[in-house]
Design a protein around this ligand. Structure first.
Ligand code: IPE
Ligand code: IPE
Ligand code: MG
Length: 245
């Protein structure tokens, strides 16, 4: 008998795709180019993938743009990455809005430049009422610190008498994360051959299907995305239940 397939209806893409966009540096290195060239080509891959997700009817796309650990990189590279984010937001925001994309950011605002915070606010405010693809950009994001912040917020609610300890359950906890209200990712994809989470969506990844591809992010195409979705569809998701249930 055929094994039960992924419960996603045939031909439906995953509802929420999350991507660890990795390999920009190696892409540049292989061409004897500065790392920034890899990041620039990485931004072009972001455009391709956002467009493909829109057209395929994906509801949520989360992109890991800058981790809370990426501050460990040389200041010049951090500046290049922030500069590219500025450029991306300035160039793409009106187009994203025109295509009914809702933009959201997750991550800490501390350490981000004032003008980047202003761009985040502008993007979120402009696209708030849009009903198409939700594009979530993880910027200065770390899963462990997100969980710690949620614990602090819950502790304050308990201290203030708004919440009883015995009422804290998974859904209360999830609602205190920055991704509150966003369904967990169905598929987490990482490019460049690395097979780790690097502090991405730790809580939310509980039942995600992982797809790892060797393609470096700047080379990642719509076709690569479609192949990853095909791989996802071949998976059988059980959530701990028996396969025939
Ligand atoms: C991903 O590419 C971009 C960010 C982490 C911001 P990398 O810069 O990590 O590229 P590699 O892993 O060094 O090839
Ligand atoms: C993860 O990639 C972060 C982003 C893609 C933004 P890294 O390249 O920073 O991760 P590590 O250092 O290889 O784990
Ligand atoms: Mg990397």
């Amino acid at each position: 008998m055929q094994p039960a397939r992924n419960n996603t209806a045939e031909n439906q893409p995953p509802r929420h795709i999350a991507i660890i966009m990795d390999g920009n540096g190696r892409w540049a290195q292989a061409r004897n180019l500065p790392r920034v060239a890899g990041h620039q080509r990485g931004a072009a891959a972001v455009r391709r993938v956002v467009r493909a997700c829109r057209e395929l009817g994906v509801q949520y796309l989360t992109l890991y743009a800058f981790s809370s650990e990426n501050w460990k990189r040389p200041p010049g590279e951090v500046d290049d990455l922030m500069g590219l984010l500025r450029l991306y937001m300035r160039k793409e925001l009106s187009d994203l809005n025109k295509h009914n994309v809702r933009v959201r950011f997750i991550g800490e605002r501390t350490r981000l430049a004032e003008d980047i915070i202003a761009l985040i606010d502008e993007a979120e405010a402009l696209t708030r009422a849009n009903t198409g693809l939700t594009l979530i950009i993880a910027l200065n994001y770390g899963g462990q610190s997100e969980i710690v912040s949620a614990c602090r917020a819950i502790a304050r609610d308990v201290q203030a008498g708004r919440l009883k300890p015995e009422d804290i359950d998974e859904s209360v906890f999830a609602a205190h994360l920055q991704t509150g209200g966003i369904p967990d990712p169905d598929m987490i994809l990482r490019t460049s051959g690395e097979q780790r989470l690097s502090n991405f969506l730790l809580w939310q990844a509980a039942y995600a299907e992982f797809v790892f591809v060797d393609t470096l992010w700047p080379d990642f195409s719509r076709r690569n995305l479609e192949e990853a979705i095909c791989e996802f569809r071949r998976r059988e998701r059980r959530y701990g239940a028996r396969p025939d249930e």
